[in-house]
Write a protein that binds this ligand. Structure first.
Ligand code: PPE
Length: 307
């Protein structure tokens, strides 16, 4: 990965090299952190952060589940994100805010450990490869089930829960696939290791409801709005693995993955990239690039001081 200069940590900037933690950091041992993945894009009006407030609201909710007080308001964190992007000179980048229980007492009770807040940014190209945006990725349905609402609620974006995604990712990678799709405990499709899933069939878009143990993705929600704007029907319904196999088109979406077509699922071809996926993808890239006025409300620019 490409390092940048500064990381925002608890209200001030430290150099990238000095942004370290103690070995006894609570979150390192017990996964007691929550985070966000956000992207900033270079637009004709300058660097814009896509749905920044929505991401930070989700961060606040994730932190609340684990009883962590952020110590900063959402507008304060939004300003810190813009400042971190600006100070590092990366108008187009990935933004990673993280809130975690720091070093202090060991043991499972986290209440006496300090809550640390940090924001790092770095350039991050196509998550699953440039080629994937056009030709798609080969997916494997994982033998590991997705965490559930009463184990590690997937609605929060906690660091510890990602070992579930890591298991699935390792399995799919070892088997020679690009990405894993997880089913929930009931056997319905949940999401990818780091993306939501859509199936297109007969011109209708299908995606699992958030009650299917997927992360309530912000890109997912954006795709639903794009699809409606383009005149497509979207159904949030439970899907089984064969719905993936026999979809006319399948695609993944997420902040890092953006909109990535799926070429095959368990070697059943679902690609090459279909016309609906292409249209959604092109609209998405126009939106984040500041070239679609219909969705201008989704881009957040730094507030400039009046001159
Ligand atoms: N499901 C999972 C499991 C997930 O991690 C993500 C985001 C999504 C769906 C899509 O959510 P959203 O970004 O709000 O549209 N995954 C983040 C982490 C990726 C990583 O490798 O780290 C991301 O895309 O930033």
């Amino acid at each position: 990965m490409q390092a940048t200069d500064k990381i925002w940590r608890n209200g001030s900037f430290v150099s990238w090299e000095d942004a370290n933690v103690h070995i006894l950091t609570h979150a390192l041992h017990y996964g007691t952190g929550v985070f966000e993945g956000i992207r900033a894009y270079d637009t004709p009006k300058g660097s814009a952060v896509f749905r920044l407030t929505d991401h930070l609201e989700r961060l606040r909710r994730s932190a609340a589940l684990y009883q962590m007080d952020l110590g900063y308001s959402v507008p304060e964190l939004a300003a810190a994100v813009h400042e971190t992007v600006g100070v590092n000179g990366v108008p187009s980048c990935y933004v990673r805010p993280i809130v975690f229980r720091g070093a202090g007492p060991m043991g499972l009770y986290p209440g006496d450990n300090p809550v640390e807040v940090a924001i790092a940014v770095w350039p991050w190209g196509a998550y699953l490869g440039e080629d994937a945006l056009e030709h798609g990725v080969r997916c494997k349905v994982s033998s590991f089930r997705r965490i559930g609402p009463n184990t590690l609620p997937p609605t929060a974006k906690a660091t510890g829960q990602y070992i579930n995604s890591v298991l699935a990712k390792l399995e799919s990678s070892r088997a020679g696939y690009d990405e894993a799709i997880l089913l929930n405990e009931e056997g319905y499709v949940a999401d990818g290791s780091g993306e939501n899933v859509f199936v297109v069939r007969g011109g209708v878009l299908y995606t699992p409801p958030t009650s299917a143990s997927c992360l309530p993705g912000i890109t997912r929600e954006t795709v639903i709005r794009i699809a409606h704007t383009l005149g497509y029907e979207v159904r949030e319904v439970n899907l089984v693995r064969t719905d993936l196999y026999f979809g006319d088109e399948v695609f993944l979406c997420g902040t890092a993955a953006e909109v990535t077509p799926v070429a095959s699922v368990d070697d059943h071809p679902t690609g090459p990239r279909g016309p609906v996926t292409k249209q959604i993808q092109e609209t998405f890239f126009a939106i984040v690039g500041g070239q679609d006025e219909r969705f201008a409300d989704l881009l957040e620019y730094p507030v400039r001081a009046a001159v």
